[in-house]
Design a binder for this molecule. Structure first.
Ligand SMILES: Cc1cc2nc3c(=O)[nH]c(=O)nc-3n(C[C@H](O)[C@H](O)[C@H](O)COP(=O)(O)OP(=O)(O)OC[C@H]3O[C@@H](n4cnc5c(N)ncnc54)[C@H](O)[C@@H]3O)c2cc1C
Length: 487
C-alpha cells in the first residue's frame, strides 16, 4: 500500500492518525499506477480479543504463547499456513541461548535466554527435532553452542503449543490494515479466503518482520535496505560427513559441531568452510552469494544452504521482490549444481526444500521509545527496564559482548513510538546495523516475543497503554514465565 492508498483507507474507515505522522522513506508502491479505482466501504464482521499478535514467525509465535498463558484472549494472525517464520525458512542454527563462554575462559557459562523459547527447544529436542545445546568444537569465538532444528517438527510443535496456550491461530490470513482512534489502535482488518474481518482488541504486537501493522498504524519507520536478502534450500541425499571429508581434504574446515543426529549422539550437526580455494567452486559460489556453512539434525540431509542477493530496489516493493525471488531461485539451482559437481558422494543429491518466499534480514525499521546502540551491545549495558538479556553477536569475533557477558534489551525498545498500545518485536527494531547484527538473531527475536506478548496481555488486563504498564509488574510476570535476568 502506498502513502496515498494508506490515507485513503483511513478515510474510508472514518478513523486514523493525522496525515504526515508516518514518515516511511522508501516507496512501498509497486509500479506507479496510471489510474485509481476507489473501493466501496464495506460492512465487516467483528471479532473481539484482548491481544492481537500480527505475524506468527520467530518472534510472533512466542508473543502469542506468552499472551495466551497470561490468560489473555489472543489472536495470532499469520499469512502462511504454519508458524515459525525465518527460523524455519532461512537460517542454519539458532543463535544463541548461551553467552559466549567458549571465547572468554574466565567467564561463567550460562543459559541466558530461558523462558518459553528454551521450553520449546526442550520439547523439540524430546521429539528428535533439535540438537539441544552441544558445544562448538571449532568456531568457539563466534558461538559457544549449536542449536540446530528440524524445520517440520518445529512447525508441528508451534501449533501444539499455541493450542495449549489457548491462542486463536488464524493462519493463511493477512493483516491488511489498522483501525485507528488517534494514536490508539482499536482493531485490525484481516483478509482471508473467508473474506475481510475487523478484529478488535486492547493491545497489539507487531511481529510481521516488515512492520506492516506499525506502518498501517501510522508509526514512524524507515526502510534502510541495508542487507542482502537470502533464501535457503535443503539438499537431500547429501551427508554432512561427506561434506566434512571434502573440506578436510582441501584443508578448509571452519566451524564444526557434533551433537545428536537422526537419534545418534556425537554426529556432525554443523560444518562450515574456511579459506576454501577450489578452482571452479569458490569463485562460482561467491558469484551466487552461496554460504558454505550448513547444519542438520538428519542423516543424508543438509538442512540449510543459503544463497544471498542484494536487491537493487526496495524490500517493500512487490515488483522488486518478485525479480529477486526469480534471481535467487536460479542461484539456488546453480548452488546445488556446484555441490553435486564438486563434493564426492553428492552425485544423487537434490533440492528437497526451498524458502517459501523471500527471507529478509531487515524490512521496515520501526521507531521505538528506545533505540539500542552498538555501545549498549558491546559494552554489555543493562537497563532499569531490562525485558531479557542476550549474549550473541553475529559479527563475532569482530564485535563481541564484553567479557563474554550479556546486555539487556530494555522494555522501551519494544514500545512503538507515537502509538499508545503497540509493541514491535523481532528484526524491526534497532537502527544501528552493528547492534542489529545482534538483536535480529532468532533467539533474541523469540525472547522479544515473550516479553512483548506478556506485556501486551498485562496492558489488556489493566486497560492501559504500553507506557502505563509498571515495570515491576512486567518483571514479575516475566520471571514467573522463566525469563532469566542478570541484575
Ligand atoms: C536467510 C537468513 C538466514 C538467517 N540465519 C540465521 C541464523 O543462522 N541464526 C540466527 O539466529 N538468525 C539468523 N537469521 C536472522 C533471523 O532468522 C531473523 O532475524 C529472525 O528470524 C526474524 O524474526 P521475525 O520474527 O522478526 O520475522 P519472521 O520470522 O520473518 O516472522 C514474520 C512473520 O510474519 C508473517 N507476516 C508478515 N507480514 C504479514 C502480514 N501482513 N500478515 C500476516 N502475517 C505476516 C510472516 O509470514 C512471518 O511468519 C537469518 C535471517 C535470514 C534472512
Amino acid at each position: 500500500m502506498d502513502r496515498r492508498e494508506f490515507s485513503k483507507s483511513m478515510l474510508v474507515l472514518g478513523a486514523g492518525l493525522k496525515a504526515g505522522l508516518a514518515s516511511g522513506k522508501s516507496s512501498d508502491a509497486a509500479t506507479e499506477p496510471a489510474e485509481y479505482f476507489e473501493e466501496k466501504p464495506k460492512k465487516l464482521p467483528v471479532r473481539k480479543f484482548d491481544v492481537v499478535v500480527a505475524g506468527g514467525g520467530t518472534a510472533g509465535l512466542f508473543a502469542a504463547i506468552a499472551a495466551g498463558r497470561q490468560g489473555a484472549r489472543t489472536m495470532l494472525i499469520e499469512s502462511k499456513g504454519y508458524c515459525g517464520g525465518i527460523a524455519v525458512e532461512g537460517g542454519t542454527a539458532l543463535h544463541s541461548f548461551y553467552n559466549l563462554y567458549t571465547a572468554f575462559p574466565a567467564c561463567q557459562k550460562r543459559k541466558v535466554v530461558r523462558g518459553i523459547p528454551a521450553e520449546f527447544m526442550d520439547r523439540l529436542t524430546g521429539m528428535g527435532g533439535c540438537t539441544g545445546y552441544p558445544e562448538m568444537e571449532t568456531g568457539r569465538d563466534y558461538d559457544s553452542i549449536c542449536t540446530a532444528i528440524d524445520t517440520e517438527l518445529y512447525k508441528l510443535l508451534a501449533f501444539r503449543m499455541t493450542k495449549e496456550a489457548g491462542v486463536f491461530v488464524a493462519v493463511n490470513t493477512w493483516l491488511a490494515d489498522a483501525i485507528l482512534d488517534h494514536r490508539r489502535i482499536r482493531g485490525v482488518i484481516t483478509e482471508s479466503r473467508s473474506g475481510r474481518e475487523a478484529v478488535m482488541a486492547e493491545s497489539f504486537v507487531d511481529c510481521t518482520g516488515y512492520g506492516d501493522l506499525s506502518a498501517h498504524a501510522g508509526a514512524e519507520y524507515t526502510v534502510p535496505n541495508d542487507y542482502d536478502s537470502c533464501n535457503s534450500f535443503g539438499l537431500a541425499n547429501a551427508s554432512l560427513d561427506d561434506y566434512f571429508k571434502f573440506l578436510q581434504s582441501h584443508g578448509a574446515v571452519g566451524q564444526v559441531c557434533r551433537g545428536p543426529r537422526s537419534g545418534e549422539e556425537n554426529k556432525l550437526v554443523r560444518v562450515g568452510a574456511e579459506q576454501l580455494d577450489i578452482p571452479g567452486l569458490t569463485e562460482e559460489a561467491k558469484k551466487i552469494g552461496m554460504s558454505m556453512i550448513t547444519t542438520s539434525v538428519r542423516d543424508n540431509y543438509l538442512m540449510y544452504i543459503k544463497c544471498n542477493y542484494r536487491i537493487p530496489g526496495s524490500i517493500v516493493n512487490r515488483d522488486d521482490v518478485a525479480l529477486a525471488e526469480i534471481e535467487i531461485r536460479e542461484r539456488m539451482a546453480r548452488g546445488a549444481e556446484l555441490l553435486l559437481q564438486h563434493v564426492p558422494g553428492f552425485g544423487k543429491a537434490f533440492i528437497a526444500r526451498t524458502s517459501p518466499s523471500l527471507c529478509i534480514r531487515r524490512g521496515r525499521l520501526v521507531s521505538c521509545d528506545y533505540d539500542i546502540t552498538h555501545e549498549d551491545v558491546i559494552d554489555g549495558r543493562h537497563f532499569d527496564d531490562d525485558a531479557f538479556v542476550y549474549g550473541f553477536h553475529d559479527s563475532a569475533p569482530r564485535f563481541q559482548i564484553k567479557g563474554g557477558g550479556t546486555y539487556g534489551i530494555p522494555y522501551r525498545a519494544l514500545c512503538v513510538k507515537g502509538v499508545e498500545n503497540l509493541y514491535a518485536a523481532g528484526m524491526m527494531i534497532t537502527s544501528d546495523q552493528r547492534a542489529h547484527m545482534s538483536t535480529r538473531n532468532t533467539v533474541s527475536c523469540m525472547a522479544q516475543g515473550q516479553a512483548a506478548g506478556t506485556a501486551a496481555a498485562l496492558c489488556a488486563a489493566r486497560k492501559c497503554g504500553t507506557r502505563g504498564l509498571a515495570y515491576a509488574d512486567l518483571r514479575e510476570a516475566l520471571e514467573r514465565g522463566g525469563v532469566y535476568f542478570e541484575s
